[in-house]
Design a binder for this molecule. Structure first.
Ligand code: MN3
Length: 240
């Protein structure tokens, strides 16, 4: 390759490498709070999705008191705090993707609470009292990346149990490759600060507030029970 062609090739490679692995997905637009006139006029602010089931719907795997406190106290507080930060700091993002893709520029209050809102919306929407199974497409992608559904569950469980302190375990789609990643606190794989970025497909909250009332220190029991309420049809829809 001659010199200038090589330079052009390198430049193009760098540009390609800079394209984030995140697909903007309409199905994740559940955090887009509309203005009072019904439009998405700026600034973008975060909102809680309505819980897709009753507080006691996931019992006995997740008990009603934990669900109620988690949704009405923890999650609601993240909404209040991030929207306070958006106002006080005059933040003007188009949507949550825009927000997280610039998380390295955000204050700790904006980043942590914004992650807190989005992650919980995603988490509620990843569970259901109605059993379901992965679609053929998702099953094939899981087999390709992990060998089998059982091997995937084993590795994901390990990541969830092994996440030190407060955080999350995620299944993400990184341009066709499914990966399991952990994030601390309220970080998520959409953030430009994430070690591994990708489109989230499934997540489990492993903060103690997610399980301590029923399971106390026994995080492995919580994770084992949680598999019973995974909304596989929703997870399947996220693989596009
Ligand atoms: Mn939580």
């Amino acid at each position: 390759m001659e010199h200038s062609a090589r330079r052009k090739f390198l430049k193009n490679s760098l540009l390609l490498a800079a394209i984030p692995a995140i697909a903007p997905l309409d199905i994740f637009a559940f955090d887009q709070k509309k203005s009072e006139d019904g439009t998405n006029a700026p600034p973008f602010v975060f909102a809680q999705i309505p819980l897709p089931y009753a507080f006691d719907a996931l019992a006995p795997h997740i008990d009603a008191v934990t669900m109620e406190i988690h949704y009405t106290k923890h999650h609601a507080t993240y909404v209040k705090n991030v929207n306070e930060a958006i106002k006080a700091e005059n933040l003007d993002f188009k949507n949550a993707y825009d927000f997280f893709s610039q998380s390295s520029k955000l204050s700790a209050k904006a980043k942590n609470n914004g992650g807190g809102v989005w992650n919980h919306n995603f988490f509620w929407d990843s569970m259901s009292p109605t059993p379901s199974a992965p679609s053929a497409k998702l099953k094939a992608a899981i087999d390709k990346s992990f060998g089998s559904l059982d091997q995937f569950k084993e590795q994901f469980t390990k990541a969830a149990i092994g996440q030190f302190g407060s955080g999350w375990a995620w299944l993400i789609n990184d341009r066709g490759n499914l990966k399991i990643v952990g994030t601390a606190n309220q970080d998520n794989p959409l953030m430009d600060t994430a070690l591994v970025r990708g489109t989230p497909l499934l997540a489990i909250d492993v903060w103690e507030h997610a399980y301590y009332l029923k399971y106390q220190n026994k995080r492995p029991d919580y994770v084992a029970a949680w598999w019973n309420v995974v909304n596989w049809s929703q997870v399947s829809k996220r693989l596009v």
